[in-house]
Design a protein around this ligand. Sequence first.
Ligand code: SF4
Length: 383
Amino acid sequence: MIQTEQNARLREIRDKVEARERLSMDDGLFLYDPQVPLQEVGILANYVREQKNGNVGYYNINTHLNPTNVCVYRCRFCAFRSDLRDPKGYAMSDEQILARGQEATDNGCTEMHIVGGLHHQRPYDWYRNLISQLHENYPQIHLKAWTAVEINWFEFQTKNSVRWVLEDMREAGLGSMPGGGAEIFHPEIRDQLCEHKANTHAWLDIHQTAHEIGLRTNCTMLYGHLEKAYHRIDHLMRLRELQDRTGGFQVFIPLAFHPENTKLDDLKKPSALMDLRTMAVSRLMLDNIQHIKAYWIMLGIGTAQTALHYGADDIDGTVRHELIYHDAGATTPEHLTVDQIRQLIAETGREPIERDTTYHRVHRDPDNFAKWESGESVDAVLN
Ligand code: SF4
């Protein structure tokens, strides 16, 4: 594309963004063109980011729990899973799970992020009891648990409806759902990555049902493997369309593919330039999702910091016990202290603010860090 044409097209998109008009598939594809300067796309995304979320950089204090890595599926991008009889395979005991709850409480965590494999021999009740035990013993911790892939598996196990599974899990203590398992929705790619697990229709239907019964959920996209820009924009537009109908997504998290120890280990992981462009394009396309997260574990700290000026307003949490991306070769630390995460946000010129899972401000007891309560919605404060 010649320079003048490119400038005119960028100006057109800038006008749309400033007028809060929705961007089209063609706009998204144009912004993904490597000839369009990344910096220009970043400036546009940063404009939207500051309109929606001001100068704030959100974080939370959280821990991960992956109760089992044994999985009936064999997604090509997954380095975490194990076969049933592989020495690497594990399933945590009740004592180990409760010990994690205690550790999280002692360290002032507000959230436990719970996802794992679909174990061949563990019934639905094992997954449900895990939630109810944690909730009964540590009621203050928000349990953000089970991707749509797991909910789809529980549906299969129990022969009950999605709604029944979600309501039953909520009764046990489920607080919200993470956004994993979305990968890339377009069947040209999804069928090559994970043809057996929950398909696109099931993923979207489960999130829609969750929203209908009042559960908030997150959403994701795994990029940087077999897909092209078209598949990414298609993915974002499908999320945008569901959000128009339900309003239940609270944050979008673009997930950079890590190839190590996967069946796609001949691929290179996406560059920082691709990470930032994806962050920015996501911010611009998803006009109806309030928050965009730069997940530092996957991006690396430097790129996550930069992303706070390329559309992202959240950097995830301090994190404990992350396994999924470290199994796939992530070289980031396994944990950040509160001071470290606040510092890395502040270094970018953003104001660090602690939020809980559903984006309420967290107030801590100045004399006892582990004591806290959730306050006002951060979005209500801003708007
Ligand atoms: S991504 Fe999830 S469903 Fe797929 S193999 Fe890994 S653990 Fe199993």
